[in-house]
Design a protein around this ligand. Structure first.
Ligand code: ADP
Ligand code: MG
Length: 681
């Protein structure tokens, strides 16, 4: 792009060596960085009527002091100043901490403007800024930037201003004229100026709208271009499976596929038949029948003489899957189980069977693709619980010189909003229908701990032949304490229920053999109550278990609670989920309420996203989710969808190559290392 914008920030007036170093710490190196270092929020001192304020919103209000402020001191330096403001017909309490000196400046009858956090229920504001007099004279919109101690707001604003003065004219428009006209977007230069120095709410809104669209469009173009390049680079990959054998297998299953399963399956089979490498995500709620679809797809590939692999996140799951798949397939194919605990001679034997193609399907943990495994004609890989694997697994396969079709499966229903961004370079199939005859799990919220009533309920279920999970209290950041809790709870429940009822204990510190033994005795109903940390979260299947009790339910996200709840309701007996929780805040209470009201995983995930935001959705930092500077995937969902459609048109029409108006966009996209180096997964 334009060379002057690539100059070091040291060229900007007022930036000396020291300041330059500090700005570098903020990630600001060239002038382009500086111009595009947008505020992350804007404080508004715009005065709204009290009736329009939202609870806990940062608000500015103006009112008249009805009496002298009252100050209370406590501790050495701590104080609390309280004043009552008359705002229209309302009396509002304003509270200010550790600024007792304000009492001298303010007296009854004064007009005061205060900014702070609004408490709707108490009609109270916790003041962070105050000012004697009315609000008029204050600046209406105040940009707030991410800063470090070494750079003050004043300094940053000064250097951005200097950069704008000398370099804004060099900023190029990157959107084609007709796009700008169609969406009534401001030009790039104007928009940058408004982002830093908003003249009004309306102009700021349009500036943001522009950059949100621009950011999403560039992102979508990159994703879709990558997808196209990837497709084109992997032709010659058609798998012409044996339809007759496949049909025979499908008909041997003890159930008819649901409509949603059939749809997902035909999408997957279509991918197999065509010459491109499959890169698809299969989403479906717990118990929706993904594994059945996966099995059929695996078999399809096997009928072409290829080897296949199924990767799952834990050893227990690998074992369960290997066993249930073998049962489904009978002697149609040979399955090998390969996990970390398969060692020594047996391991060497399995490895050689794989290499010699004496096995058709290898089930294992992700160690499968990282270790000394030498596949023979690997044609199809399924990765279960996709988000638990790093995003680099496909690369590992590629580095081994393998280009199989890859299907990712996840039981975490991913909101559409996230799916199209996080997986913009993937095709997505959704199983959004449960097999007939399932009874939704009834969910109850009980305040606090295990009450006698809950214990009696568990007792009753066990008497009638069912089993229960009890998930232990969770101690944040401490495995050790979690395990101690599990042991305590296990002791407690053993005392209550033994000898008639057997209680089992499951946690992450048990050896694999121990875990397996516990799971087996639970699956065989030798143990009726399984006390566990959250390790049972994924996939484990014991249809006779009908009660799920979750301690500290408020500490979990909705999606995680839903996963845990998915451990029950897998048979045809009515199941129950009991959430023990004492949430302090409104969000926690809201979560419990939602859990008791819906069992639809997709709806829960949308709600979870709203309550937690996209960053938290997949858990800590493991997700590879894109981070947007201006746009918000949830809030600006419609812009994202628009950008996605526009990008699709641009790519399919090959406009980046053909149309001169897209030259700047093209250059920008090609700078991306994935695209320039065609680093394809
Ligand atoms: P998921 O992998 O999505 O959690 P599974 O494939 O394990 O779900 O299916 C859950 C249970 O439902 C299994 O016991 C499976 O045999 C059964 N099942 C799968 N598909 C159907 C169907 N179409 N009709 C009835 N039962 C089904
Ligand atoms: Mg294919």
């Amino acid at each position: 792009m334009n060379s002057r914008l690539n100059l070091s920030i040291s060229e900007v007036k007022g930036i000396g060596e020291k300041l330059q170093a500090h700005l570098n710490e903020l990630g600001l190196f060239d002038i382009h960085d500086l111009l595009f270092y947008f505020p992350y929020r804007y404080d508004s001192y715009e005065i709204k009527p009290l009736t329009e304020l939202q609870h806990e919103e940062k608000a500015t209000i103006e009112g008249q002091l009805t009496s002298e402020p009252v100050v209370q001191f406590y501790g050495k330096k701590k104080s609390r100043l309280t004043m009552t403001l008359q705002v229209d017909q309302f009396a509002v309490k304003a509270v200010m901490f550790n600024r007792s000196f304000a009492k001298k400046q303010l007296s009854a009858g004064d007009t005061v403007t205060v900014t702070g956090k609004w408490d709707q229920h108490r009609m109270q504001i916790t003041v962070s800024q105050y000012k004697k007099g009315s609000a008029q004279s204050q600046e209406p919109i105040q940009p707030v930037y991410t800063l470090k101690e070494s750079v003050t707001l004043v300094t940053l604003r000064k250097v951005i201003k200097a950069a704008l003065e000398d370099y804004l004219e060099d900023v190029e428009e990157i959107l084609p004229e007709d796009t700008i006209i169609r969406y009534k977007l401001p030009k790039r230069q104007q928009a940058i100026e408004q982002m830093h120095y908003p003249q009004s709410r309306v102009l700021l809104k349009h500036a943001k709208r522009r950059f949100i669209y621009e950011e999403f469009l560039v992102f979508q173009l990159k994703m879709q271009l990558l997808r196209k390049l990837q497709r084109e680079s992997t032709t010659g990959n058609a798998q012409n499976y044996d339809n007759e054998r496949l049909t025979e297998f499908v008909q041997s299953l003890p159930f008819e596929l649901t409509g949603a399963q059939k749809r997902a399956l035909s999408e997957i089979l279509q991918d197999m038949k065509n010459p491109y490498r499959m890169n698809r995500l299969l989403q479906g709620d717990v118990g929706s029948g993904k594994t059945a679809v996966a099995a059929i797809a695996l078999y399809a590939s096997i009928t072409t003489g290829r080897q296949t692999a199924l990767m799952v996140p834990t050893e227990i799951l690998a074992e369960q899957h290997a066993a249930s798949l073998q049962e489904m397939f009978g002697d149609r194919l040979r399955i090998a189980l390969l996990t970390g605990s398969v060692k020594g001679k047996r391991r060497r034997q399995i490895l050689s069977e794989i290499k010699e193609h004496h096995v058709d399907l290898i089930v294992g943990t992700h160690a499968l693709i990282q270790e000394e495994v030498d596949f023979n004609r690997l044609g199809f890989v399924i990765v279960d619980e996709q988000h638990r694997f790093g995003v680099n697994q496909r690369r590992t396969l590629r580095d081994k010189g393998l280009h199989p079709d890859v299907l990712f499966m996840t039981a975490t229903p991913i909101p559409r909003t996230l799916a199209i961004t996080a997986f913009g370079d993937m095709d997505v199939s959704v199983i959004d229908e449960m097999p007939a005859g399932r009874k939704p799990v009834e969910t109850y919220w009980v305040k606090g701990q295990l009450t006698d009533k809950v214990l009696a309920f568990i007792q009753k279920q066990i008497k009638s032949g069912q089993q229960a999970y009890v998930i232990c209290p969770l101690i944040e950041e401490s495995d050790q304490l979690d395990i101690q809790n599990a042991i305590d709870l296990y002791d407690q429940l053993s005392n209550i229920f033994e000898p008639g009822v057997h209680v089992g204990l499951m946690h992450g510190r048990l050896s694999n053999d121990e875990k397996e033994e516990v799971m087996h005795s639970f699956a065989a109903n030798e143990v009726q109550i399984l006390v566990s940390t959250t390790v049972v979260e994924v996939g484990v299947n014991v249809p006779n278990a009908t009660v799920m009790v979750i301690h500290d339910a408020e500490r979990f996200g909705l999606s995680q609670l839903h996963q845990l709840r998915g451990r029950v309701g897998r048979g045809n007996v009515q199941s129950y989920c009991i959430l023990l929780a004492d949430p302090k805040g409104d969000v926690g209470k809201e979560r419990m309420r939602i859990m008791t009201e819906t069992t639809d995983g997709f709806e829960l995930s949308e709600q979870d996203l709203k309550l937690r935001g996209p960053g938290d959705f997949f858990g800590r930092k493991q997700s590879g989710m894109p981070e947007f500077k201006v746009g918000d995937m949830v809030h600006d969902y419609r812009a994202l969808e628009t950008a996605r459609q526009d990008a699709a048109q641009i790519i399919s029409g090959n406009l980046l190559e053909k149309n001169h108006e897209y030259r700047a966009l093209k250059q920008m996209i090609e700078k991306d290392p994935h695209i320039s180096g065609k680093v394809l997964d």
